[in-house]
Ligand binder design. Structure first.
Ligand SMILES: Nc1ncnc2c1ncn2[C@@H]1O[C@H](COP(=O)(O)OP(=O)(O)O)[C@@H](O)[C@H]1O
Ligand SMILES: [Mg+2]
Length: 288
């Protein structure tokens, strides 16, 4: 049990007072979904890890969650126990085949309430094939429309690029969540990412906004982890979320086990961190 005194003295990793994020209220019914694109054109920053574990944490809180794997590497699919490499029906089918429905391509994960639309290398062809389509930027948005009523949150795990697939994710989304590795050069490229988000908002999707920046792979023992977060705070203020994800080998371990950390190591600090991220987003109104 925490007393009010504990609350007052609790601070986040950049020294701001850490609010209490209450457990989300149970939902009486589901949908319409809020769509969040997890975006950063840098690879290896924790997009896929955040998609999987935030999705699993929201599902634990009773939310119906759909993860859209939107990276031809298929890491989100694999991490959720779906081997996409021998599947015929993937997000590629949904994008490119006329009449294809979400129901044709969606799969359950091992986590109750968490479904996934898998991706594999076929998706890399879509990037090229979409160029010739009418309204090529909004193909994913249209394809997901029918699923919005069934889910509370849809998370899109983007590939590390700002190409046409990512623009499709941004056009479909209400919000963008930017995972940022607490590492030197982490901020390099973020300005370009934000510029891309602003262009998509101006030209294609006026509802789009940046939900926040989440620090990942944070090591409180290193000075530069702290310095990186301090610089993000300076540059982006309250867009830097209070929740910061620590660096731990439990994340790669849980990927190998093809499970979210919330079920692979449910009491580990990494699992608690993603549950806190889920509660913080709900408290900010960024997730149902
Ligand atoms: N907080 C963390 N601590 C330690 N390793 C992490 C953490 N988050 C992600 N990783 C590992 O770093 C690698 C890249 O993460 P990933 O989520 O795949 O990044 P991205 O999708 O941005 O390329 C993976 O091997 C993953 O297991
Ligand atoms: Mg990834």
């Amino acid at each position: 049990m925490s007393s009010p005194d504990d609350v007052a003295t609790t601070i986040d990793p950049v020294g701001r007072p850490l609010p209490v994020f209450p457990d989300p209220e149970p939902l009486a019914s589901h949908g319409p979904a809020r769509i969040i694109a997890l975006c950063n054109q840098k690879g290896g920053v924790g997009k896929t890890t955040t998609t999987i574990n935030l999705g699993a944490a929201l599902a634990e809180y009773g939310r119906r969650v759909l993860i859209v794997d939107f990276d031809p590497q298929g890491a989100a699919s694999v991490g959720l126990g779906v081997n996409p490499h021998e599947l015929d029906k993937t997000v590629y089918t949904l994008l490119m085949e006329r009449g294809a429905q979400v129901a044709d391509v969606v799969r359950p994960s091992s986590v109750p309430g968490l479904d996934v639309i898998p991706a594999n290398i076929d998706l890399s062809a879509a990037e090229v094939q979409l160029v010739g389509e009418v309204a090529r930027e909004s193909v994913l948005a249209r394809a997901l429309r029918a699923a919005e009523a069934e889910y509370d949150v849809i998370l899109i795990d983007c590939q590390p690029s700002l190409g046409l697939l990512t623009v499709n994710a941004l056009t479909a989304a209400h919000g963008v969540l930017i995972p940022l590795e607490c590492e030197f050069f982490a901020l390099r490229g973020v300005a370009l990412l934000i510029e891309t988000v602003e262009k998509v908002r101006d030209r294609l999707n006026p509802r789009l906004r940046i939900d926040g920046i989440v620090g990942t792979m944070h090591d409180p023992r290193t000075l530069h982890s702290k310095e990186v977060l301090a610089r993000v705070l300076e540059a982006f203020g309250d867009q830097l979320l209070h929740t910061v994800i620590g660096r731990t080998v439990k994340f790669p371990d849980s990927s190998v086990a093809a499970e979210p950390i919330t079920s692979y190591a449910p009491t580990h600090a990494g699992a608690s961190a993603y549950r806190q991220l889920a509660r913080e987003l709900v408290a900010r109104g960024d997730a149902a």
